[in-house]
Write a protein that binds this ligand. Sequence first.
Ligand code: ZN
Length: 238
Amino acid sequence: MDEAVKELKKMIDESDNIVFFGGAGVSTESGVPDFRSEDGLYHQKYKYPPEQILSHTFYERMPEEFFRFYKDKLLITGVKPNKAHLKLAELESKGKLKAVITQNIDGLHQAAGSKKVLELHGSVHRNYCESCHKFYDFDFMASYDGIPTCECGGRIKPDVVLYEEGLDMQVIEESVNYIRNADVLIIGGTSLAVYPAAGLIDYYSGNKLVLINKSATPRDRQADLVIQGPIGEILDQI
Ligand code: ZN
């Protein structure tokens, strides 16, 4: 085990107030494409750029095209939690980890057994009729061709934060509270490039800020411990 991982293990062993903040890199090891990586969603060919398709305006104006893309690129079936998801769920069940804050929308933390998961960008597992607010699950959306429509005739909208849409204030406030009060804050699988989510870490005032990412991030100098590598492999050693 290398020195940095040993140090991380020590921090985790000694704490019962750990908060984890994760980005796309946590899910890529499960085979979920990273929105921003080289071979990720943003570089795949489609008629419009993904940032445009996944915007509120586009959703309103061209729902058919939106849902074609959404179903094709965001409703990923058959993915399973990886070692990172499983370790975090284990730490929570042992009473060491207080919350997982995630930028991912795939629900893999819950699938791994995590209970306290704050989803900054929503989830593909929650979908609601725009008229009567009836709930629809992932399988319903994945099996629907065209614009998903409720039995009442209303359009069904994924509970996913689109471009131009604001984040859920309640989720933000809760995340801020967990980060502010955390003893150890582990940030993993994110280049910390996306605001406002990335700005959340500024609320942390402790001295055990850990960054785990495959490549360097603009916040590395601010961290107390930096580990470069795949998050699943690193956490699996703990
Ligand atoms: Zn309805």
